[in-house]
Design a protein around this ligand. Structure first.
Ligand code: KIV
Ligand code: ZN
Length: 501
């Protein structure tokens, strides 16, 4: 079995995708979970991009214990210095330097000749190497580059000290056979390549990112770059869970393995979706709600007789909760803690106290509490920010052809405020009442509502994207009452704004 290294770029390439931005504490939470998942490298961000990006990469470097932490840098001294300063406190730091090598990028974007590109790679990889032992070099748009020139670029990077060569299909243009041939060509024609890791980095514009990544691995790549839930620029990156589960499920075929603890996959996927407010499509491979659901009678019959008839993976392989109904309004804190722990959530005493209060309130409203309910409570606690504003109560008056009125009562630092507003609907009226209390000039960019648990008394999760200045903040709120979910989500977003100032 060949051991493949998994390089996770959820917090860099993934975070670049619209609607997926995360604040510092959210990135830290994700990084801890990626560490528990067992990836080999976390690309924590692009340190030069902004002071916040720098702080996040630095904080992740200080926190993560098991995996390497990388920061991206263009071929400039300033970028490389920022990357190094942000990762140097990591146990295993890496600088990831990139420069485009395709004719179209060199001519129109970089305005550099081939000679200048070769010189820049040699100079900047050597500079990165003078700071950090572990240097990855990426030839951006490698798959559309001239192969002979590309091979020269990688040889220059190896000579300057690169330890990993990344081969990106930046625009998701290639096919699996082409990627297989490209890696084979590079392995045969690049001096020194046998001493370094070869990495695949595929985008999903034509829906082939996972197939392309697997083809690279079959051709001899030793590292694969991917993101949780496949988030990323445009159509996204290759999805981590799909690659890992393909290698595990078809182990005999691929003869490869990773260090990922697959039982953490479901939790990692859920956490990301819950932090970003970006839902997972029900038919998404591996982690979609329907990935293990059997609807048709013929399939159900087969699965009951022998699950192998229609199931190539077990739900437990990815840590999917089995939805056993165990807790109710008479259950105590110990039982709740045990269940949380069985679901993979180790919570502090303070978190347990908080979750327990909400658990009791929910148990008063719902007849039965499923694992999905418990999980939703744990996730909603996990994304709690400092509660500058806290919802106390609300009343809305709504109906057809009448004015929608909301009265909202909110606590801020032990002071209670109450405001009334009218709006185009009950949610709009409630948000306007909140605005009156906070006095913040916030614009609502997006609002969505999803049932996150089962049954007619399901909990609804509201997600808002609100703009304050140039920044978009995501707020999430959970309740069996959809208006309350919406107000909680709005206040959660506002608390993030206040917390970031
Ligand atoms: O897609 C790409 O080319 C990248 C590089 C910066 C590695 O993300
Ligand atoms: Zn990319």
């Amino acid at each position: 079995m060949r051991r493949i290294k998994v390089f996770d770029t959820t917090l860099r390439d993934g975070e670049q995708s619209p609607g997926c931005s995360m604040n510092l504490s959210e990135k830290l939470q994700m990084a801890r979970q990626l560490d528990a998942l067992g990836v080999d490298v976390i690309e924590a961000g692009f340190a030069i991009a902004s002071p916040e990006d720098f702080r996040s990469v630095e904080a992740i470097s200080k926190t993560v214990q098991n995996c390497k932490v990388a920061s991206l840098a263009r071929c400039t001294q300033g970028d490389i210095d920022a990357a190094w300063n942000a990762v140097k406190c990591a146990k295993y730091p890496r600088i990831h330097v990139f420069l485009a090598t395709s004719d179209i990028h060199m001519e129109y974007k970089l305005k550099m000749t081939r000679e200048q590109v070769l010189e820049s790679i040699a100079k900047h990889v050597a500079y990165a190497k003078s700071l950090c032992d572990d240097v990855e070099f990426s030839a951006e748009d490698a798959s559309r580059s001239d192969w002979a020139f590309l091979s020269q670029c990688y040889a220059a990077a190896i000579k300057a000290g690169a330890t990993v060569l990344n081969v990106p299909d930046t625009v998701g243009y290639s096919t699996p056979q082409e990627m297989f041939d490209l890696i084979t060509y590079l392995r045969t024609n690049t001096e020194g390549i046998e001493n370094v890791d070869i990495s695949a980095h595929c985008h999903d514009d034509l829906g082939m990112a996972v197939a392309n990544s697997l083809a690279c691995l079959r051709a001899g790549a030793t590292q694969v770059e991917c993101t949780v839930n496949g988030i990323g620029e445009r159509a996204g990156n290759a999805s981590l869970e799909e690659i890992v589960m393909a290698l595990k499920t078809r182990r005999e075929y691929f003869q490869m393995e990773t260090g990922v603890n697959t039982q953490q996959i479901y939790k990692t996927s859920k956490l990301l979706s819950s932090i970003t407010g970006v839902p997972i499509s029900p038919s998404k491979s591996i982690v979609g709600a329907n990935a293990f659901a059997h609807e048709s009678g013929i399939h159900q019959h087969g699965v009951i007789a022998n699950s192998l008839t229609y199931e190539i993976m077990k739900p437990s392989d990815i840590g999917l909760p089995q939805n056993s109904m165990v807790l109710g309004k008479h259950s105590g804190k110990h039982a709740l803690r045990d269940r949380l722990s069985q679901l993979g959530y180790e919570v502090s005493k303070e978190d347990l106290d908080e979750i327990f209060v909400r658990f009791k309130a929910l148990a008063d409203k719902k007849k039965t509490l499923t694992d999905h309910d418990i999980e939703a409570l744990a996730l909603s606690r996990a994304r709690t920010v400092a509660e500058t504003y806290e919802l106390i109560s609300h009343v809305v008056s709504t109906g057809k052809d009448i004015t929608n009125i909301a009265c909202v009562k909110i606590k801020k630092n032990d002071e209670v405020f109450e405001e009334v507003a009218i709006g185009s609907g009950p949610v709009d009226a409630a948000f306007k009442a909140v605005d009156r209390i906070t006095g913040l000039d916030v614009a609502l960019e997006n609002f969505s509502l999803n049932a996150v648990t089962d049954g007619e008394d399901a909990m609804g999760e509201a997600v808002v994207k609100i703009r304050f200045g140039d920044e978009i903040y995501t707020g999430c709120g959970l309740s069996t009452d959809v208006i309350e979910s919406a107000i909680r989500a709005y206040i959660n977003g506002i608390n993030k704004i206040v917390g970031s100032k």
